[in-house]
Design a protein around this ligand. Structure first.
Ligand code: 3NM
Length: 217
């Protein structure tokens, strides 16, 4: 993963997260606002599957390509390999992380969701490029989310693995992001605060403005 002085905003979205707005419109707004990574996370009762999913994924991938933003697929390693995504993000219940790393190869990005120092240790040994640590705050975007770990959860992983890039997730908004940044994370991952915003570009800018590297000194 690339880390610059710019705050890393990792936008996650599926076709069910954007209400009555078209998901590609929201994605394009978020890209123009300056997101650093995009993850397609297609979940829920009406989640696209098969050919429709592949078509939608291809459209998201093309848009990300226009803005030079890495395109990451949640869970679906086969789809990611088939369409040549930049990476895959998996959870604890998904395929074995070392097997996913072997399938993807070393050049692609592998992200793993963790909820404890123990899970972070396993992610490191499986070759994760980053971990998603959450939920920091309560969230309504993940049905089986664990209890909020707060900033303390992030700090415990950062203390144990200072070199491991941590992307915080769960209930992050422009109003609480500063607290999350101050725990030393490399980035913040967001679904609803961007996907549900009236103006996704403006919301991305708000998230960026919530952080100055100098805040940590
Ligand atoms: N994973 P929002 S929380 C996809 O804790 C996801 O691993 C989580 O969405 C974890 O920004 C979460 O709308 C949902 O709260 C994040």
């Amino acid at each position: 993963m690339k880390f610059t002085d710019k705050p890393l905003i990792y936008f996650i979205m599926g076709s069910e997260n954007t209400g009555n707005r078209h998901p590609l419109t929201v994605l394009e707004e978020a890209l123009s606002g300056g997101i650093s990574y995009f993850q397609l996370r297609e979940k829920g009762d009406f989640a696209l599957t098969g050919h429709e999913l592949e078509k939608f994924a291809g459209e998201c991938q093309r848009l990300c390509g226009v803005y030079g933003v890495p395109f990451i697929v949640n869970d679906n390693v086969e789809l990611a390999c088939k369409i040549g995504a930049d990476g895959v993000h998996i959870g604890q219940e998904d395929e074995d992380a070392s097997a996913v790393r072997r399938k993807m190869g070393n050049e692609k990005i592998l992200g793993i969701s963790v909820h404890s120092v123990k899970e972070a240790a396993l992610a490191v040994s499986a070759g994760a490029d980053y971990v998603g640590m959450g939920p920091v705050f309560s969230t309504s975007s993940k049905r089986d989310a664990k209890s909020p770990a707060g900033v303390a959860g992030i700090l415990s992983v950062k203390d144990a693995y200072p070199q491991l890039p941590v992307i915080a997730i769960g209930g992050i908004t422009p109003d609480n992001a500063k607290l999350v940044w101050s725990a030393g994370v490399e980035g913040v991952a967001v679904i609803s605060a961007i996907a549900g915003a009236e103006d996704a570009a403006l919301q991305v800018e708000r998230l960026q403005n919530s952080f100055r590297r100098s805040d940590r000194q």
